[in-house]
Design a protein around this ligand. Sequence first.
Ligand code: ATP
Ligand code: TZE
Ligand code: MG
Length: 258
Amino acid sequence: MKLSEIKDKKPLVFNYANYVTPQFVANVINVIGGSPIMARELEEFPDLVTASDAVVINSGTWRRSELLETIKLAQLANHAGKVVVLDPVAVGIPSRSRPVAALMADAHVDIIRGNAAEIAWFADIDFASQGIDATGNGDVEKIARLAAKKTGAIIALSGKTDVISDGQTTKIIDVDVPLLATNVGTGDALSALIGTFNGDSVSIENTLRAMATMKLAGVKASEKVKTPGFFVNQLLDELFLLQEDELDAFINREVNHG
Ligand SMILES: Nc1ncnc2c1ncn2[C@@H]1O[C@H](COP(=O)(O)OP(=O)(O)OP(=O)(O)O)[C@@H](O)[C@H]1O
Ligand SMILES: Cc1ncsc1CCO
Ligand SMILES: [Mg+2]
């Protein structure tokens, strides 16, 4: 979806959020023009999936008892033809790998958004991490391409270098904005933006627009403020103010085709 279409149609984005960052995630969806709702009650899933345009599943603070319910949520979204985005927080930790693998086996995930270490897990490639953070180095383009081939999902790998790949087509945005890594939850919010932008139909282009939106808002915010507390507020303002033409220009200028 284009920014203007998001503001016009106000896609409803259903977030099975982690309990660390739901307020920030909801606000990012709101300022871009979408409409957020958070829920984790099984009984509500059929109604909410029917009403929503996208379902974003964040496994950051899953309890085991929630796994079967989340699989049910993804299956309901699959049957209703709603896009499913997965944010597999720290999936490389063995006890976190098993439930994510179970979800992937029992439901279809359209888009996986994670940092390089998280995406490397899906590609079966070693990549250093510490908890929620990717700390290593590697060929992120190859990691994203392989992960897409192995999962059948569109991969949105984030970091200094953002990579979007479906295994055939690969797009790269290589722009360094260190302040984007200073607030916990920027990645969670990016996953929700990806759901918002893919609310009408799932595509590499919509996923790229979402990634470019967060990156460009980060570039603009970091030109104005220099510290994490001000930055997170400025980031929300830049997302709110972002114009279609400047996003198009940023994409034309900064996106490389792998
Ligand atoms: N050094 C960096 N330079 C530019 N952009 C960055 C950098 N680090 C992260 N980003 C951007 O920050 C956003 C979040 O990506 P990141 O990879 O940090 O997610 P994450 O590790 O899942 O974060 P979190 O767990 O805190 O939600 C993306 O838009 C990404 O492009
Ligand atoms: C810190 C943290 N722990 C589990 S989820 C989360 C937020 C980043 O995804
Ligand atoms: Mg994360």
